[in-house]
Design a binder for this molecule. Structure first.
Ligand SMILES: [Zn+2]
Length: 447
């Protein structure tokens, strides 16, 4: 019953509070910004495209001003070049596309990896491997996952090579790489399961050098603000599914493995792409890339049966976030490290799983802080997200958790609408273990 009350109150709060705020931010959003890091402006139509297709992590900083070149409006970035029809400067409604920059820079390469494969009968497409007859190349595993999550065809284009080993021209180190029409992917296994497991080559900088572009900083135009994601509205619909135990018999907090697999297959068939909470919060707070059909899968309480869930996700090239109670959950340091090697994300679910709204300030702080520190000691890396035990939070609890070193926190209800105002209690959808598939589909698509 408490849960129903929470849902209603939160729903009211959101519908009353969110709309006026959005209207204000949208009116105030600038149409040109400045980047002191490189000393260049970013204006429409490229500004909207940059913000909505990946921002800083995907394109990098602008290296030139927008200018007319060979009958087009172009602008060079660290990892891309944007193009629009001539005369479009300042017009938000002009079509923008990305130069096929890697195809240009690798033209004439005769390494075997660039030779198109012509297969009589291409192998069937699986979640772990796709063949693109358009260019005659495969895209597999981690590179496929990164490609899907961060922009796919419109941003990166088709693969134009296979995976192969190449020396990074900047660092001199050897990496597994793959070229796409508009990008060079570099595999970083040490960053598996983070936003940096694939790093993008600085091909825009290479092209600017080749084209003899003037990349020197220019003085800021009068009244143009520094780029800051907070200047712009950002809110979106994102279903975050919340599961608990895996097994039989089905119950509110226990889902049979076959039913979970059926739901995962439904997500795949319907074009959904799992993303990490790290990516979801990057999209919310820093204009990071968000696939049109993104979904986040989460498991609470760290039961042993969740290892089976982790494996059925991994064979589908999907990942999830596991919220554990360190020391109390069955999943200990060895199991959590195993989850990390599969690319899954670990979050904290407190030290004792008590309802935080009934604890005093000091105890709330300890539950959030000590659990994070324990998990970080086990994993040797930052733990960035918190889920309230029992989904129970209020503004006092959220304000305390926000000061204990996390990047964001998750509620256990509240729909699918993500806003910055809800950063310390973003919504999730409880997936009851008895839920029929058509009901599941309704939650993902319509809730
Ligand atoms: Zn729990």
């Amino acid at each position: 019953m408490r849960w129903l009350v929470g849902l209603t109150v939160l729903g009211l709060f959101v519908s009353l509070a969110a709309r006026p705020l959005e209207a204000t931010s949208a009116q105030a959003a600038p149409s040109i910004v400045y980047f002191p890091a490189t000393g260049h402006h970013l204006a429409e139509p490229f500004l909207s495209f940059w913000r909505s297709h990946g921002g800083l992590r995907i394109f990098g900083y602008p290296l030139s001003e927008a200018h007319e070149r060979e009958g087009l409006l172009v602008q060079y970035f660290e990892r891309a070049r944007m193009e629009a029809p001539s005369g479009c400067w300042g017009h938000a409604d002009c079509p923008v596309q990305l130069t096929r920059i890697a195809a240009l820079l690798t033209a004439g390469r005769v390494d075997p990896a660039f030779a198109p494969l012509s297969l009589q009968t291409p192998p069937p497409e699986t979640p772990l491997r796709r063949f693109f007859p358009e260019t005659g190349h495969f895209l597999s595993y981690g590179f496929l996952r990164f490609w899907l999550r961060n922009g796919g065809l419109p941003v990166f284009g088709y693969p134009i090579s296979e995976e192969f080993s190449e020396v990074d021209p900047v660092t001199g180190q050897t990496f597994t790489v793959q070229y796409f029409e508009r990008a060079r992917f570099e595999w970083h296994p040490e960053a598996l399961g983070t936003l940096w497991e694939v790093q993008l080559g600085r091909l825009g900088a290479e092209l600017a050098l080749r084209d003899g572009i003037d990349t020197r900083p220019v003085p800021r135009q009068d009244g143009v603000p520094d780029y800051d994601p907070a200047l712009f509205l950002r809110a979106f619909r994102l279903p975050v599914l919340m599961y608990h135990d895996i097994g039989e018999p089905a119950a509110r907090y226990r889902i049979p493995l076959w039913r979970l697999e059926q739901q995962l297959d439904w997500l795949l068939t319907n074009g959904y792409i799992t993303i990490s909470l790290e990516q979801a919060f990057e999209a919310l707070l820093a204009d990071g890339p968000l696939p049109e059909r993104a979904v986040v899968i989460t498991f609470d309480d760290g039961t042993r049966s969740q290892l089976a869930a982790a494996r059925v996700l991994a064979v589908r090239n999907m990942t999830a976030t596991f919220f554990v109670v360190p020391g109390r959950s069955a999943l200990g340091p060895a199991e959590l490290r195993e989850l990390r090697t599969m690319g899954h994300e670990i979050g904290s679910h407190s030290v004792t799983h008590r309802a935080l709204i009934r604890l005093d300030d000091g105890a709330v702080r300890w539950e959030a802080l000590a659990s994070r520190q324990q998990l970080e000691e086990w994993l040797g890396e930052p733990v960035r997200f918190f889920a309230y035990p029992g989904g129970e939070w209020d503004s006092r609890v959220a304000a305390i958790v926000a000061l204990t070193g996390y990047h964001g926190a998750m509620a256990a209800w509240g729909g699918t609408r993500w806003t910055r105002e809800r950063r310390w209690a973003e919504p999730r959808i409880e997936i009851d273990g008895r839920l029929a598939l058509d009901r599941f589909a309704w939650y993902v698509e319509r809730f």
